[in-house]
Design a protein around this ligand. Structure first.
Ligand code: GLP
Length: 253
């Protein structure tokens, strides 16, 4: 794992956006795995700025998002499809139809998950997978005790995850209990993974993921087994890392 600790959260987001842009410059037809959540808003903001400055194009790219809430159609304001349109897709030059998310409104969530997994395989798997991190260590919506070999499937969300994500829902409306998420096995097939975590609320999960044992208790810890995983952190998210000084020494920038 490559651990990059940047001076603050905007610098971490900028670094992550630069890694994605560099991949697209080197491989314009890359298959990107995309993520949602508050952390990603800053990353996408930087990518949009790079695109407007003529420094990156998405015209040849394909994307697959990690997850979507079951029961929310793509035009629902709290769906991840809507989030992606608002935060990224409406502002870049990605081709219509090249951006994929699970269909939350599909009548049979198991069948939709299987269809989505098959579409990822048919696309040749993900070249660069962007990940956030849940406070409980989840990646995508792979909650603690998810099989480390899992593929895309419906998952029941932990109470703490729904509480953390309720800020994106109107008052009095709770996030759905179930989401379709890429599996940990799906994520691990990506050729490169890039996890971004900022803020003190992520410090415990970051420490477990980076320096704890590989365990389904902290699903992100499986990235220790990935041959090409980069974590971009701000100092608050890195605060509980025992070896923070070592990471800073080997990757000063
Ligand atoms: C949701 C997403 C995850 C994301 C997490 C972190 O649960 N399904 O993919 O990593 O949010 O979100 P935030 O960046 O808002 O902390």
């Amino acid at each position: 794992m490559k651990i990059l600790i940047r001076p603050d959260a905007p610098a971490a987001a900028a670094r992550a956006a630069e890694i994605i842009a560099a991949r697209l410059r080197a491989q314009p037809g890359a298959v990107l795995g995309l993520a949602t959540g508050g952390t990603m808003e800053a990353v996408y903001g930087r990518l949009i700025a790079l695109h407007r400055a003529g420094q990156v194009s998405f015209a040849g790219a394909t994307s697959f998002n990690l997850d979507e809430y079951v029961g929310l159609a793509g035009d629902h304001p709290c769906s991840y499809r809507h989030y992606m349109a608002e935060k990224l897709f409406d502002h870049i030059d990605m081709r219509a139809g090249a951006a994929h998310l699970p269909r939350g409104e599909a009548p049979d969530a198991d069948a939709e998950a299987a269809r989505y997994e098959a579409a990822i395989v048919a696309a040749g798997d993900i070249d660069l997978q962007l990940l956030g991190l849940g406070q409980n260590g989840h990646i995508g919506f792979n909650e603690p005790t998810s099989s480390l070999a899992s593929v895309t499937r419906p998952k029941t969300l932990e109470r703490s995850t729904r509480a953390a994500n309720s800020q994106y829902f109107p008052d009095g409306i709770e996030p759905p209990r179930i989401a379709i998420t890429m599996g940990i096995g799906t994520i691990m097939r990506a050729r490169e993974v890039l996890l971004v975590a900022t803020g003190a609320a992520k410090a415990r999960a970051v420490a477990q993921v980076v320096e704890g044992p590989v365990s389904a208790r902290w699903p992100g810890s499986v990235l220790q087994m990935h041959p090409r995983a980069t974590l971009v952190l701000d100092p608050a998210a890195a605060a509980e890392l025992e070896l923070a000084e070592y990471y800073r020494d080997i990757h000063p920038d």
